[in-house]
Design a protein around this ligand. Structure first.
Ligand code: SF4
Ligand code: SF4
Length: 405
């Protein structure tokens, strides 16, 4: 990461009018409350548990969650006053704990949710964030279609490692006498996407609300530790992804429900971004009948590579020679990246149905479809911003407002 260009501002324009959102506006929460209809509400209840390995991850995750918030020791430890030394120390600790990439940033107010799941106001209590990325694992994803029965477990494996690392780091800071809180997939008071960008770990991509790291691509999950310990911060990075995504449409082409934009960026909630159809994506992931979630965009993205020498050369070209982008995009398909390597499949396709573990009726067995092009007519996608957010404490279903973008 040291070799990647640093810039003063994120390559995605973020205005100074980003609204804070309640957790109730998150589309998994909206599904659970019935905002997307009965079927979706039923499916979201069995989302984690429908595959046995997911259930096993979920049990361990839930045992860690209560440890994420703890009280700091009364006395401050005699640690260095040099902020860079402190940040380097914490990054080394994260690496020691098996983190893959780590950065530090200040937390803008808009990165804090406005209200928790019960509708209680969240105060932005900490100024700094340690942002940690966990690789979801190349080999298993190479074997998968991205939306088959291992899909959910790929996420949970990284969430669990992230929860363990983040909770240990927060606990260590508490021991040193500083406030700190881990924000994991089970319980987070902050939005991770802006913090990943601000901590210099990646750029926002065409996929929409997904950041790409130059070495991991979109193949990671994040965990954040916020703290009141003063730290030296990193700058955002620029590895030319905005130009690359301008030319490359592979994720949009391969997304099963067509939730990724083929078009240009738009302004949404203060960000200039490629806005996905979040409802279509959430519906597909939650009620996928032939898999346990979806990460197909992550699977097919040309930045999802194991990092072999020739791929590092491709990355160097993508960063430094924009004229090579079209060739690199063509080559990615021509060399078959994004196809499944079925010889690497190791997991069993299993599903809990009515209290019994069964072999699922179907499993997505997708490979590339280079013939698929952008739809002739631009799809009207409804975007749900702050004006459409349900009341933070709304318990009953709040149906989606029909509105054209
Ligand atoms: S997760 Fe699946 S449905 Fe959602 S954007 Fe990615 S490919 Fe499309
Ligand atoms: S698949 Fe292509 S367009 Fe989509 S995020 Fe990756 S590089 Fe960008």
């Amino acid at each position: 990461m040291e070799a990647i260009k640093r810039v003063e501002e994120t390559t995605t324009r973020i205005t100074d009018s980003v609204p804070r959102m309640p957790k109730r506006s998150n589309f998994f929460s909206r599904s659970a409350h019935g905002d997307l209809g009965k079927k979706q509400q039923t499916e979201v209840r069995r989302f984690v548990g429908k595959m046995p390995l997911n259930n096993a991850f979920g049990r361990v995750m839930r045992s860690i969650t209560p440890l994420q918030r703890n009280v700091a020791q009364a006395d401050k430890a005699p640690i260095p006053t040099d902020l860079t030394e402190r940040s380097e120390h914490l990054k080394s600790l994260c690496t020691f704990l098996d983190a893959d990439v780590v950065g530090v940033c200040e937390v803008p107010d808009y990165a804090w949710y406005s209200h928790d799941g019960e509708g209680i106001v969240i105060d932005p209590i900490h100024r700094y964030a340690i942002v940690i990325l966990i690789d979801q694992g190349y080999e298993t994803l190479a074997a998968a279609s991205g939306d088959d029965w291992i899909s959910g477990s790929q996420s949970y494996r990284a969430y669990l490692r992230g929860a363990e690392i983040g909770t240990v780091v927060a606990g260590y800071l508490n021991e040193l006498g500083y406030e700190a809180q881990a924000h994991t997939n089970s319980d987070s008071d902050v939005l991770h996407v802006p913090l990943i960008m601000l901590a210099g770990l990646g750029e926002l991509s065409r996929i929409g609300e997904v950041v790409i790291n130059p070495f991991l691509g979109p193949r990671f999950k994040s965990v954040v530790v916020t703290t009141n310990l003063e730290l030296a911060v990193d700058k955002p990075i620029d590895f030319n992804l905005q130009k690359f995504c301008d030319s490359c449409l592979k994720c949009a082409r391969e997304c099963p429900p067509g939730a990724i934009s083929f078009g240009d960026k738009v302004m949404f909630n203060g960000y200039e971004m490629w806005k996905p159809d979040v409802v279509a994506c959430t519906r597909y992931r939650v009620s996928n009948p032939a898999g346990s979630s979806c990460g197909r965009c992550m699977k097919v993205c040309p930045y999802n590579k194991p990092g072999l020498l020739q791929q590092r050369l491709g990355l160097w070209l993508a960063v430094n020679v924009p004229a090579s982008h079209k060739l690199l995009i063509w080559l990615d398909d021509a060399l078959g990246y994004g196809q499944r390597i079925t010889a690497l499949k190791w997991w069993f396709d299993l599903e809990w149905v009515n209290g019994k573990l069964v072999r699922p009726k179907k499993s997505n067995a997708r490979d590339l479809r280079p013939e698929r092009t952008a739809p002739k007519k631009t799809k009207n996608v409804t975007f749900y911003g702050i004006d459409d957010a349900p009341a933070p404490d709304a318990k009953d279903p709040v149906p989606l407002r029909k509105k054209k973008s």
